[in-house]
Design a protein around this ligand. Structure first.
Ligand SMILES: NC(=O)c1ccc[n+]([C@@H]2O[C@H](COP(=O)([O-])OP(=O)(O)OC[C@H]3O[C@@H](n4cnc5c(N)ncnc54)[C@H](O)[C@@H]3O)[C@@H](O)[C@H]2O)c1
Ligand SMILES: [Zn+2]
Ligand SMILES: [Zn+2]
Length: 367
């Protein structure tokens, strides 16, 4: 079979791939569709360090083709969204509803494939850019057959990460102000979750002005083009009360919540600078391993601002994915609208190009 292989320098489609055997607690999935997330590109450009050769992709949906001997929750033919959390299911974190803290849910690389007979690594415990993949059964979440897999695949990272960040990490109340830096697949889902929660205003910031229409479609009330800088001042100027434009050291006024959906220290710094007293900045973006923050500590301590990270939307996939499907069915969660274009595996380079150009909400590979 074929898949997208990262060879240590670049990535492209290759034949000659085979999956490992299905273990007792594992399932094999015939992939139908997979979204391309910036984290895949970050492996290729070295921002995320990974072993090579590896099969990329971590945002996918497909159909169960084989189940291991101990698996009784799934059967061949089931439609599933794959989660990247290869959590153990029984540690203190899994048991208390925090599978993103499960020690087996991160950094667990496997030789899940062979390429021309040679051991080949997986990526993010999923490797969905292949015609078939093998994952732990706990990572496959069954969804109704009538939800299009081409849209549902995006739940596997962009949607669960973006919406989960808002739902699970920030207790947003109606009428609270929020700012979202980066209007890509993650940022758009933060924006639509803020809309569902009733946040207002919802201020989107991007260095690519062509992102405005998408930002507004998903729920942004304001769009700031930060290509020339000045994003912080523009966010503060967009806020309704006079107090908000008072530029003093402690920076009274500002938003209750800000979200870095880019992955750059300067963006996190701006995201802290737009916070009101007591505000929370959530870092979702993933910069390179050497990235450091340089933020005046007194902007945090005396006025109780905070910064937190958020991985995979702090999600509990078996709870959150059915919830997201419910919101999609009710019309509140835009999912089909996230799929800007579909591509065959052979056009992987084109998706990467279109992402860099800022043309896509998400590009989806079809198998
Ligand atoms: N924490 C997690 O669990 C998690 C999960 C998935 C993705 N991510 C990370 O989230 C980030 C975003 O991923 P994505 O798939 O949405 O990427 P994307 O490429 O779809 O979108 C990124 C957006 O940021 C914009 N941008 C770039 N520089 C900017 C700047 N200085 N200021 C404002 N906007 C800027 C781009 O124009 C683009 O619209 C990546 O770093 C990715 O690795 C984190
Ligand atoms: Zn991702
Ligand atoms: Zn666990």
């Amino acid at each position: 079979m074929k898949g997208i292989i990262y060879d240590g320098e670049t990535a492209g489609v290759r034949e000659g791939l085979e999956t490992k055997e299905v273990g007792p607690a594992e399932v094999k999935v015939e992939m139908v569709a997979a979204g391309v997330c910036h984290s895949d590109l970050s492996v290729i450009d070295g921002t995320i360090k990974w072993q090579a050769p590896a099969v990329l992709g971590h945002e996918g949906a497909g159909i169960i083709s084989e189940v291991g001997s101990e698996v009784d929750s799934l059967e061949p033919g089931d439609h599933v969204v794959l989660s990247t959390l290869a959590s153990c299911g029984h540690c203190e974190w899994c048991s208390s509803g925090h599978p993103t803290f499960c020690r087996s849910s991160i950094g667990n690389m496997r030789h899940a494939f062979t390429l021309d007979g040679e051991p080949t690594w997986d990526f993010a415990a999923t490797s969905v850019f292949a015609q078939e993949t093998v994952v732990r059964a706990i990572q496959a979440v069954k969804i109704p057959d009538d939800v299009p897999l081409e849209s549902a695949c995006l739940i596997g990272c962009g949607v669960i990460t973006g919406v989960g960040t808002v739902f699970n990490k920030t207790p947003v109340e109606p009428g609270q102000a929020a700012a979202v830096f980066g209007v890509g697949g993650i940022g758009l889902n933060v924006i639509q979750a803020l809309r569902i929660k009733g946040a207002a205003p919802i201020i989107a910031v991007d260095t690519n002005p062509s992102k405005e229409a998408l930002a507004r479609q998903f729920g942004a009330t304001h769009f700031i083009d930060a290509s020339e800088g000045g994003g912080v001042e523009a966010v503060r100027a967009a806020l309704p009360t006079e107090e908000n434009v008072i530029a003093q050291f402690m920076g009274a006024g500002g938003v209750a919540y800000s979200y870095d959906c880019v992955g750059h220290p300067a963006v996190v710094s701006d995201a802290v600078d737009v916070l009101d007293w007591g505000g929370l900045c959530v870092v979702v973006g993933v910069p390179g391993p050497d990235a450091r923050l340089d933020i005046p500590i007194n902007k945090l301590n005396l006025v109780e601002r905070a910064i937190t990270g958020c991985r995979y939307g702090s999600s509990r996939p078996h709870h959150d994915i059915p919830q997201l499907i419910g919101l999609y069915r009710s019309g509140q969660l835009l999912l089909d609208e996230l799929v800007t274009e579909t591509y065959p595996l052979e056009a992987f380079d084109q998706v990467v190009h279109d992402m860099h150009e800022g043309r896509l909400a998400r590009g989806v590979l079809k198998f």
